[in-house]
Design a protein around this ligand. Sequence first.
Ligand code: IMP
Ligand code: MG
Length: 179
Amino acid sequence: MSKITLHDKKFVPYISVEEIDEAISNIASEINRDYKGKEILFIVTLSGAYMFASDLVKKVKVDSLVSFIKVSSYQGMSSVGEIKEIFGLDIDIENKEVIILDEIIDTGITINSLYSSLIEKRPKSLAMATLIYKSNTYKGVAEIGYKGIVMSDNKFIVGYGLDYMQKGRCLPAIYILEG
Ligand code: IMP
Ligand code: MG
């Protein structure tokens, strides 16, 4: 791995392919243990989580279904200062064992808002899994049950689904902003 440039910014290697793979194997083992004998519905948040989801579901041995959503957010309008819209949820989640898959949780605004919307649809259970968890910035209340890599650096990263203005998403490893 060597330094890369995306648009105007330089990024240096941060998390290797092997470390990502190990983190995903760990999450899969926990899910295999916790959901033994059940059927999981994975809900994947596009676009960033597509690579994580693809690698994780292959390692999960429990029966599972997968569905994809896109979330848009903006400020204003409500007392909590935001409104979320969910696009593409084409499956009834009532009474299902649902796990939301996200590639990174930063402030947690996105996933907490998604959690609130989905819990109203009365799933049997609703858990959240993320590949990367930024421990210093999370301000959410919902518990993140499955965390692959806990990151204490409060810096921007790219690769493995994560983009900087659409670039970097297809890189197999993760890079961090230089400096
Ligand atoms: P949150 O709502 O602050 O938790 O942010 C969640 C979303 O912001 C993620 O799903 C990403 O799309 C994006 N994001 C947060 N941190 C990063 C980063 O370091 N690199 C790229 N995207 C990020
Ligand atoms: Mg995301």
